[in-house]
Design a protein around this ligand. Structure first.
Ligand SMILES: NC(=O)c1ccc[n+]([C@@H]2O[C@H](COP(=O)([O-])OP(=O)(O)OC[C@H]3O[C@@H](n4cnc5c(N)ncnc54)[C@H](O)[C@@H]3O)[C@@H](O)[C@H]2O)c1
Length: 313
């Protein structure tokens, strides 16, 4: 566990970032930088330990000042345009956020890493692309198909190189499909589950892209926080990349049926053409993460029950 430390979370008003901040806030000083393009400061608990900075991670002047004024023990770089489709529509703009910001932070740290214990970069299972072998281990073929996936892979590699060449203590996570409270359902690129829950609540039509038989490794936010804290604090994880999932796959159709049954609601569902860059099946092998103590506590049924109880309480 991280206690009595100074922590920076970029993208800390977003889904994963705010969930992590809320876990760390009682016992640490937490600084959050977010431009609120997708996040919301209201996701964060009120706390005297919290510093909120409304700003952009591509703003070098701002970042330099923040690093001059603070001595961070842990940095979780979660800010990103977390949308594959957006990166296809705006490749250069998303590259500036999804890659250049990582390089900029690493370079600031190379000049002066102060007492940094760990820089954790949040990459994505998207780096594996459409190579069909499952489950994905960290050694599986990398076949990024979109600007988003390329930027994620380049960022994690750059972080590892800054560890090998300049001794910047860095690790990276490849998140599979994360779900839970505070995911912004208003974005067309939001996780499928948050959109599904929103449609159930508002009783509006759900669009499924493709035939719904695509499968995903859905991982509940609490397991993701467990993974982030282990990766940030383990000595074994220095210079290493980890899959973060459950090792269990579920189809979109199964999930939709289950959510309707559990909430006792019926949805109107429209099937539309598959989206560009969407992958048919995705499944993690989490044995590397398990080797540093990870044990996922939620399969989809348990995680969905907790999430749906939260949403429909
Ligand atoms: N949620 C998932 O299933 C998933 C899967 C794979 C990877 N990831 C990665 O995990 C990280 C967190 O994802 P999330 O689901 O919490 O997404 P999110 O969109 O909720 O959070 C990202 C946050 O970054 C902020 N942001 C975007 N551009 C910014 C900029 N230029 N400057 C400052 N802040 C900016 C957004 O406002 C948002 O609050 C991202 O890097 C994402 O690519 C997430």
């Amino acid at each position: 566990m991280i206690k009595k430390n100074n922590v920076l979370i970029t993208g800390g008003a977003g889904f994963i970032g705010s969930s992590l901040a809320n876990v760390l806030l009682p016992q640490n000083k937490v600084t959050v930088i977010d431009n609120l393009s997708m996040g919301d400061f209201n996701n964060l608990q009120e706390s005297a330990n919290l510093t909120k900075i409304l700003g952009d991670v591509t703003d070098k002047k701002l970042l330099t000042k923040v690093f001059e004024e603070n001595d961070f023990d842990y940095i979780f770089h979660l800010a990103a345009i977390a949308s594959v489709a957006d990166s296809v529509a705006r490749p250069y703009e998303t590259h500036q956020v999804n890659f250049d910001s990582t390089m900029m932070i690493l370079e600031i740290l190379r000049q002066n890493k102060k007492s940094l214990k760990r820089f954790v970069f949040s990459s994505s299972a998207a780096v594996y692309g459409d190579e069909p072998t499952l489950p994905k281990t960290e050694e599986s073929t990398i076949r990024p198909l979109t600007p988003y996936a390329i930027d994620k892979f380049a960022s994690e590699k750059m972080a590892m190189i800054y560890y090998n060449l300049y001794d910047i203590p860095a690790s990276a996570t490849r998140f599979f499909n994360v779900y839970g409270p505070n995911q912004n359902p208003n974005s067309p690129y939001s996780g499928f589950i948050s959109i599904l829950v929103n449609r159930l609540r508002e009783n509006t039509e759900l669009t499924i892209f493709g035939d719904g038989e695509q499968s995903r490794d859905f991982v509940y936010i609490e397991d993701v926080i467990q993974a982030l804290l282990l990766i940030a604090t383990s000595n074994q994880s220095l210079g290493e990349v980890y899959n973060v999932g459950t090792g269990i796959k579920n189809t979109i159709n199964d999930l939709t049926k289950f959510a309707q049954k559990f909430t006792d609601k019926e949805l109107s569902i429209k099937y539309d053409a598959a989206r560009q860059g969407d992958i048919k099946d995705s499944l993690s092998d989490v044995s590397k993460l398990e080797s540093i103590g990870y044990k996922p506590n939620y399969d989809l049924a348990n995680g969905m029950k907790k999430y749906l109880n939260y949403e429909f309480k």
